[in-house]
Design a protein around this ligand. Sequence first.
Ligand SMILES: [Zn+2]
Length: 289
Amino acid sequence: MTLGENIHKLRMAKGMTQKQLADQLFVTSQAVSRWENNEVEPNINVLNKMAEIFDVTVDAIINGPNEQPVEVKEEIKIKENVANCHDCHKAIFDGEAFKKVERFHYEGSGRSRRRVGEIVTLCEDCYQKQIAEDEAKTKKAYEDKLRSLKNRRIWAYCMGALAGIIFLLIFIFGTKNLEFNLALRIVGSIISLYGGFSLVYCLIWETYIQDVFLTIAGFGFVKFPGIIFEFSIDGFIGLIVLKIIFVILGYILAAIAIIFAIIICMVLAIFSFPFYTGKIKAKPEDINI
Ligand SMILES: [Zn+2]
């Protein structure tokens, strides 16, 4: 602050006009104006008088009233806004923690529906919230999976038991007129009951037997070649006869394949069943969120 500025400030603080100050100092108001504009400096007598009028020291007039050097305690850094949180929209500044995560959503519908990944920036709070949500989701998916496995296990036992009874009945009635001795009947009944049960159990409880069954039975569902025929009444009748023969052949082939698949798989199931009754295990990493 210059001397002129100090005089001006002190005068204004007293609520005096240039004229009022000039009158008290026995000078012209132009003189006060020139001091304040730093065109000339007042002499020491005037300064002493001015100090009395303003009720301050001469030093305060020269160096400024109540002027304390402002100590710059801290350099205020203007931090750069590096990103905004995707979830809460909070600004994230340089040096603050944030995370980049990939999020998936679906775009389009029907056949053009596809999974789209997007990298989003999250503030630390929203990131922690996201982790907690993901964990809860995984935990729930795991529990759901375990529950559905337990339900399927129960279903496999029930349907297996039903199949066992049906196989047993087929054996009893199918061999009624055959000359089987008691031992053979008992062994046959046990094999039918247990075989039917273990077969259906293994088919429902996704074991390798399911694949074996589908592969063998699949041979019975071959597609017959198309028939080229002459468009006449003879040709037409011939076509119908051929079609009927193919349909019958198809059914016979399918039935043979299914019976063959049942026999093979039943033998496999009898020995494999004990290995598929253990504790239900589902690893959390098997769960897709
Ligand atoms: Zn946030």
